[in-house]
Design a protein around this ligand. Structure first.
Ligand SMILES: CC(C)(COP(=O)(O)OP(=O)(O)OC[C@H]1O[C@@H](n2cnc3c(N)ncnc32)[C@H](O)[C@@H]1OP(=O)(O)O)[C@@H](O)C(=O)NCCC(=O)NCCS
Length: 285
């Protein structure tokens, strides 16, 4: 947690000013959810209160990052701004404008938080993911970068990609299409190329590449189905399809389509059937 305090330190207001602090200017349009009905935001606030009850020295940090804000989106914009802005370019308004313009981003943020809590045994509180998990923060920044990319603000989108790569060691091209409920666990070394598509409820461990083969241009990156798990150190190369609910073991190299609902491991990737590694006759179906 010392690292977290250091990361936010330069933007923390003094204890005196946090007492009555509210960082919330109104949205230009009303937020999609009534805060009272926003269970995820309420849970984040309750968890922040519980943490500060147990560890009072975190009160100032939690107040500045979570408790002084009136919505999840405002809080997240503050956190991402603190992590990614440079003296020449403050990003808070960029994040707020994107969350405001596209409520779908907020829905995906909430699904990502729920997915972390459900699938990561090390994640005991959503608020820890919200503040500290760089895979979560990298994905949320990508969601904003993708919106900028789609809106034609491509240089700013590439700047966000670059800052995320520098700060979190996660490199996702802003054009990549990413679903909801994504868990980037540990996240260091994840690379997702320009024409990649990642479905809903996907888990990706560290040092995973969704890359091109280097031999073709255009639509050249993998398409990952819903519910896929991709183990650490895996490379999925080329415009290949990975079917829904497939598990790809750690250290696998995938160069061909993978059917849905199975497990593959190794280099070249082979199937696990009845707990045995085997070749699969229907590899290309
Ligand atoms: C593939 C995986 C999901 C397990 O699938 P499973 O169906 O339960 O497989 P089992 O553990 O029963 O192993 C079956 C066979 O596959 C082999 N195998 C399992 N994972 C393998 C892998 N990643 N690479 C090569 N072989 C693997 C096992 O050695 C075993 O073969 P054997 O009987 O000849 O010894 C799991 O091993 C894995 O790789 N998960 C990714 C986890 C990860 O990335 N963790 C990072 C945490 S920080």
């Amino acid at each position: 947690m010392a690292t977290v305090t250091a990361a936010f330190g330069r933007l923390l207001p003094s204890a005196q000013t946090t007492a009555n602090l509210c960082n919330c200017a109104p949205f230009s349009s009303p937020p999609e959810t009534n805060p009272v009905d926003d269970g995820v935001w309420m849970q984040l606030r309750e968890e922040a209160e519980m943490d500060t009850g147990k560890e009072p020295m975190l009160r100032e940090l939690y107040t500045a990052t979570v408790l002084s804000h009136c919505s999840l989106e405002k809080s997240l914009a503050f956190i991402l701004d603190a992590k990614l802005s440079s003296p020449q370019l403050r990003l808070k308004d960029v994040f707020i404008a994107a969350f405001d313009a596209d409520p779908g981003i907020g829905r995906s943020v909430r699904k990502d938080l729920a997915a972390f809590l459900e699938s990561d045994p090390a994640c005991s509180r959503m608020v820890h993911c919200f503040l500290c998990y760089k895979g979560f923060l990298a994905v949320q920044t990508h969601r904003v970068a993708h919106k900028l990319w789609e809106d034609g603000r491509r240089t700013l989108a590439l700047f966000l990609q670059s800052r995320v790569s520098e700060v979190f060691a996660v490199d996702i091209h802003p054009a990549a299409v990413i679903g909801s409920g994504l868990v980037l666990d540990h996240a260091t070394g994840v690379v997702i190329g320009e024409t990649s598509v990642v479905g809903d409820n996907v888990s990706i461990f560290h040092n995973v590449t969704l890359g091109g083969t280097g031999k073709i241009t255009g639509d050249r990156h993998p398409k990952i189905g819903d519910g896929v798990l991709i183990g650490t150190g895996t490379n999925i190369l080329g415009n290949v399809r990975v079917g829904r609910n497939t598990m790809i073991g750690a250290g696998t190299i995938v160069r061909k389509n993978v059917p849905e609902g199975i497990t593959v491991v190794g280099n070249p990737a082979r199937f696990i059937v009845d707990k045995k590694v085997t070749d699969e006759p229907n590899w290309d179906r």
